[in-house]
Design a protein. Structure first.
Length: 149
């Protein structure tokens, strides 16, 4: 991974499920949990998102904002949010520009077949926009505990 703890976060900008812009500067003065996940409505991604949903109020009380990012469309994100009642925005990075900034779009292998896809990674960015933590081995069912511990 090219980014390291202590590096400034890339100044990302994208659109959420409603087509509204979201950028790093929107979170100045807050800690940001920016989680990259492969695909809406898949078992691991659903478990991860629902774990963050279930612990969202405690994350807010601890000063965190939460934003998810995948390469899925705005429409797919809207459906995912509605189906699982997610209280935080999801960025539709269909052009992969944010994935590339964070180096989370890489070659993967499944059953011997190579393909490009999202590497599940969470970045915790502090109030000054500096990467405080990078979680590469995400425990989808207990992700919040990885963030706050």
């Amino acid at each position: 991974m090219s980014l390291k703890v202590g590096d400034p976060s890339p100044p990302f900008e994208g659109v959420n499920q409603d087509g509204d812009p979201i950028k790093l500067s929107d979170f100045a003065g807050k800690k940001l949990v920016l989680y990259f996940y492969p695909k809406d409505n898949t078992p691991g991604c659903t478990a991860q998102s629902c774990n963050l949903r279930d612990n969202y109020q405690s994350l807010l009380k601890s000063g965190y904002a939460v934003v998810g990012i995948s390469s899925d469309s705005e429409r797919k994100h809207r459906n995912f949010i509605k189906k699982f009642e997610l209280p935080f925005p999801l960025i539709a990075d269909t052009d992969l520009s944010i994935h590339r900034q964070f180096d989370t779009w890489k070659e993967k292998t499944l059953f011997g077949r190579k393909y490009m896809g999202t590497i599940r990674t969470t970045f915790v960015i502090n109030e000054q926009g500096v990467i405080e933590e990078i979680i590469e081995k995400v425990n989808t069912a207990n992700h919040t505990a990885q963030i706050v511990n």
